[in-house]
Design a protein around this ligand. Structure first.
Ligand code: MGD
Ligand code: MGD
Ligand code: MO
Length: 764
């Protein structure tokens, strides 16, 4: 029997046809003004040649166990029974805990997995580890680590990294929308955990129609780039802080700053202003100085500063800017600039962190907590900053500064990943490959044989979201959706919950893990917890049965970040921020007290270690940006049709300016070799005037495809930019990833080797 039912993905809320023959007819549910192209190919996840058919064990590991660690990344995989695979995993876990204690197990397991509150692999995995003896975890994200740490210091809460206003508020109040990072609405296809209708494109259109002036600052023009009513400024990458300083200098010199707001709602304005004017370091950050650093026109900087002083201005900053060396600075300096203008806390003015990072920009959050599968978190846990994982594996015992304290790296015997792909998300993948050869055992749960599986000893096949029942809730905007099972599991794939329940059984903890509930029991239970939370906050959610048989449910949200800033503005005594002073900290005694030259007590311009103005540019004269891919989410669905349609000669496109291409004899559609001292990859040249000369862009997520991972001379054939990116913390403060500070060179490549990333190296 065929039946049309609802489900959800990070791309939105869908419905599809449930039938014995697999998934079909998947399409966005309800009215969606701008459904992402990816949605037409969602069903590709359920059946590709990259699906893991059964539990697999690396050949060498079966024969020799941990002694075969050097074989990771180059061996074939032997199908084994579930019983055998789970016994091996349980033995390895026990052996590691016997030798190194719980600090020998790395379970940070960062990654986006799929929508669905119950079948979240990380929650399932972490609950299992917590019940059986603990593990080392990770803090912060690859998305916004530098901002999470720094913004907490100067605005009092990491939630402020989403500070912003929704599109109607911008339309009705903002006069000048200044977007650092451009208008990357390709990213607004998604939201973590699903999303309602896609509104960002029409939101911006409405603003333009209402006469909002839009200025986009980015080395790359996005899809709105051809509109005559949007002005583009294309600075050298990583120089936004210099531009902001130049704007600030003009405002201060011309006395267009809001001294009342600075005195009432901020601390440290005098220190920040002294730095801008050059009183502390002898360098006045004039528009002319900013023009030299950014290579923008000085008159254009002055003109922009003047218009900012005359118009109600909203300063948006894309998260990409802080995924860079000294990435704390653009976020802090944008706050200082907005504070000088004085509009923070007014509707449609001040700060807009995160524009274009997800759908429904500026829409608030649910006014109550949605239930999560309980991890049973311990009171204390050893952690590392998330992107320092290779440092940890390569240098046990070493210590690094982090947010004012020191973190010591433990010795790790076992690495286990469920629902993430470090051989997509991490920087300098050859270094990561060397790091992954250190532990005794590496285990991965995934539905597809993605590149991290190739570095694993044991691979456990997971179902996809289309193969199980669950419910979803969006992070921004208040949407709930039931997720009905549309297809039977592929091959021997199992739900992560069942896998970890079977693992818990091997440690005598099955009952504690499941609490006697199955899939539907947990889903009902988690809905009823959410319903109780809603009721305490004065909201009435339907009973489970009504929710389960209905469609998308929409709840009004609250924008707690802009509300908080509005209250501060109204009465800073009565409504202080959670900073030590209760005010916006343009100078932070706390951060100054840490004594880091790479992140002092107020926002500063510091040259990135790799950028076009530095010494390295002589050797590698192109700045590489590696942004989010338009045709997929990270590495997910890379084998699917929507992602394949974006490729050039089967590889990730490398956007390059016509002048740079001509100088190298590169034509549109050529295969190019992009390289630096860390590695080299093959990409498909996309010659375009949309990118600034001297800059190239390769989006992330084409599956790492390399014959000898770990050897920088071994060519990556698929266009994965992370063989080129630097693996170093942004600064001593946040230790966040700094992928967007990378220099490369590029040349035409003669051959056309096959891409083998989707082939599973099976030994049968
Ligand atoms: N150079 C560079 N690198 C970057 C970035 C950049 O801008 N530049 N961006 C960074 C950012 S912002 C992020 S968030 C990261 C993203 O990095 P990740 O979140 O690690 O990337 P994904 O491809 O989403 O990986 C999720 C994995 O979970 C698997 N999965 C999905 N559902 C399930 C399930 O139910 N069970 C299990 N077991 N597995 C499942 C998918 O198949 C996929 O392999 O990348 C970062 N890396
Ligand atoms: N389709 C799709 N959407 C996604 C994702 C995906 O994988 N696919 N990933 C999601 C995730 S996890 C996240 S965290 C968000 C990330 O959201 P963002 O961090 O905002 O996204 P990016 O695409 O990395 O970068 C946005 C733009 O910033 C600009 N940029 C880069 N470096 C600089 C610079 O130094 N200066 C200036 N002025 N501009 C610069 C580039 O034009 C780039 O296209 O996106 C989310 N949305
Ligand atoms: Mo992210």
């Amino acid at each position: 029997m065929k039946e049309r039912v609802g489900t959800a993905a990070h791309w939105g809320i869908y419905e599809g046809v449930r039938s014995a023959g697999g998934v079909s007819g998947l399409r966005p549910a309800g009215r969606d003004p701008d459904p992402p192209s990816i949605s037409s190919n969602l069903a590709d996840v359920s059946d590709t040649r990259a699906r893991v058919p059964s539990p697999l064990v690396r050949e060498g590991y079966l024969a020799q166990g941990p002694d075969s660690r050097e074989g990771r990344g180059g061996e074939r995989y032997v199908p084994v029974s579930w019983g055998r695979a789970l016994d091996l995993a349980a033995e390895a876990l026990q052996a590691t805990r016997n030798r190194l204690g719980s600090d020998g197990v790395f379970g940070g397991s960062y990654g986006w997995a799929s929508a669905g509150r119950f079948h979240n692999p990380q929650s399932q995995f972490k609950r299992f580890l917590n019940l059986t003896g603990g593990y080392v975890s990770a803090v912060n994200t690859y998305s916004s680590a530098a901002a999470e740490v720094a913004v907490t210091r100067f605005l009092g809460s990491s939630r402020m990294i989403n500070a912003g206003h929704d599109w109607p508020t911008i339309r009705d109040n903002t006069e000048l929308l200044l977007c650092f990072g451009g208008l990357p609405f390709k990213n607004a296809a998604i939201d973590a955990g699903s999303t309602g209708p896609h509104v960002d494109g029409e939101g911006l259109d409405a603003c333009l129609e209402a006469g909002v002036e839009v200025v986009a600052v980015s080395p790359l023009r996005h899809s709105h780039g051809d509109r005559a009513d949007i002005r583009w400024l294309a600075p050298r990458p990583n120089t936004d802080v210099a531009l902001m300083l130049g704007l600030a200098h003009w405002l201060i010199e011309n006395d267009r700053i809001d001294r009342d707001f600075l005195a009432r709602c901020c601390v440290g304005a005098d220190r920040a202003i002294a730095y801008v004017m050059g009183d502390t370091d002898g360098v006045a950050k004039t528009p002319a100085w900013a023009a030299r650093v950014t290579e923008l026109d000085g008159a254009a900087i002055v003109d922009l500063a003047r218009r900012m002083s005359e118009k109600r201005t909203l300063i948006a900053v894309a998260w990409a800017l802080q995924r860079a060396d000294r990435g704390e600075q653009p976020f802090w300096m944008a706050c200082a600039l907005a504070a000088l203008l004085g509009g923070i806390g007014c509707p449609g003015e001040g700060l807009g962190y995160g524009l274009g990072a997800f759908n429904n920009y500026g829409a608030g959050r649910l006014p109550f907590r949605k239930a999560a599968f309980p991890q049973i978190k311990p009171a204390e846990q050893r952690v590392i900053p998330v992107s320092r994982v290779a440092d940890m594996l390569l240098a046990p015992g070493a210590t690094i500064p982090y947010d004012g304290r020191r973190i010591a790296f433990p010795e790790i015997g076992l690495v286990w990943w469920a629902g993430g792909n470090p051989f997509h998300h991490h920087q300098d993948l050859h270094r990561l490959a060397r790091a992954f050869r250190r532990p005794d055992t590496v285990i991965v749960n995934d539905s597809v044989f993605q590149p991290t599986c190739r570095m694993a000893d044991i691979v456990l096949p997971a179902t996809t979201f289309l193969e199980r029942n669950d419910w979803a809730a969006s992070a921004h905007g208040g949407f709930f959706a039931p997720m009905h099972k549309l297809a039977e599991p592929f091959g021997e794939a199992r739900n992560d919950h069942d896998v970890f329940a079977a693992m818990a059984d091997r440690f005598g903890k099955r009952e504690a893990f499941t609490e006697g509930r199955g899939e539907m029991g947990w889903i009902r239970h988690m809905w009823s917890v959410t319903r109780d939370n809603a009721r305490s906050a004065g909201y009435d959610l339907p009973e489970f049965e009504a929710f389960w048989s209905g469609g998308m449910l929409s709840i009004p949200t609250v924008n707690d970040t802009s509300a908080r800033l509005a209250l501060l503005r109204e009465d800073p005594e009565a409504h202080p921020l959670d900073t030590p002073s209760g005010r916006i900290e343009l100078f932070s005694e706390t951060v100054a007290g840490f004594g880091h030259d790479d992140c002092p007590g107020h926002p500063v311009w510091r040259e990135p270690r790799e950028w076009l103005g530095g010494a390295e540019a002589g050797r590698y004269p192109l700045h590489l940006m590696s942004d989010q891919p338009a045709g997929r989410l990270h590495s997910q669905l890379d084998p699917g049709g929507a992602s394949q349609a974006t490729k050039v000669r089967r590889r990730e496109p490398c956007l390059i300016h016509p002048d740079d291409a001509a100088a190298r004899g590169i034509a549109d559609g050529d295969i190019v070799r992009v390289f630096n001292g860390r590695g080299a990859c093959l990409a498909g040249a996309a010659v375009t005037g949309r990118i600034r000369p001297g800059v190239v862009d390769i989006a992330t997520g084409s599956w790492f495809d390399c014959a000898e991972p770990g050897d920088p001379r071994s060519l990556e054939r698929h266009g994965n930019p992370n063989v080129l990116t630097r693996d170093a913390g942004c600064s001593s403060l946040s230790q966040g990833p700094s992928c967007n500070s990378t220099l490369v060179e590029c040349e035409k490549f003669g051959g056309d080797p096959p891409v083998e990333a989707y082939d599973i190296p099976l030994k049968i």
